[in-house]
Design a protein around this ligand. Sequence first.
Ligand SMILES: C[S@@+](CC[C@H](N)C(=O)[O-])C[C@H]1O[C@@H](n2cnc3c(N)ncnc32)[C@H](O)[C@@H]1O
Length: 217
Amino acid sequence: MSSLAQRAMQNPVLAAVYERAWRPVLGFSLMGFDPAHVRQEKQRTVEALGLAPGDRVLDVACGPGLFTRVFAEAVVPGGLAVGVDLSAPMLAQGARRGSDGGDGVPAYVRGSAHALPFADGAFDAVGCYAALYLIPDPFRALAEITRVLRPGGRLALMASIESPHRPVRAAQHLTLPRTGLRMFGADELTGWLREAGYRDVVRERHGVAQYVAATRG
Ligand SMILES: C[S@@+](CC[C@H](N)C(=O)[O-])C[C@H]1O[C@@H](n2cnc3c(N)ncnc32)[C@H](O)[C@@H]1O
């Protein structure tokens, strides 16, 4: 059965207000109420992924494509930005703003992060923002991301990270799983990436969000 969080993402009303209202409010609170960071988030992701003209970039769990569109502009001319998501209402929102995969315009595909519908090594860069904490098996998703990322390609993630304070951490682990949300342990994601052969693994923490970037070995 899908979780409350998963079901919410399939809701057309939420999809319609996601980019203008839900994400800014959620982002602001998740990222420790830091307006400067929220403003810079997309540009910093482009930098973390090292996007350049001609690159092929995948946005996993893209929602309505708020990052996918920025990626598409960053790989002009000659590049390709693809957004993949499970939610048809989210993708429909993205498609309203253009989805032909032309120069500067993303392409969208419906699919699961658990079984990405792309060939091995198909992408130069993969981003996955604000999603791993609600994907039922995030490590299977990471294995799939790794499969479709070419060796030497760049990965950028934004996910949750548990509080360093023990009582807050205990409350997080008690309450959040009931909604389908997961708090990652301090080194859970970075440790997985190192084990999987990634190099240059870096992490930045903002509130209860972590930004992780790495290069596939
Ligand atoms: C909170 S939104 C994040 C959207 C966007 N990446 C952002 O940064 O705002 C989470 C997205 O993950 C998608 N999602 C959840 N589980 C998924 C899965 N197994 N495969 C692909 N997408 C999934 C949801 O449909 C939703 O669009």
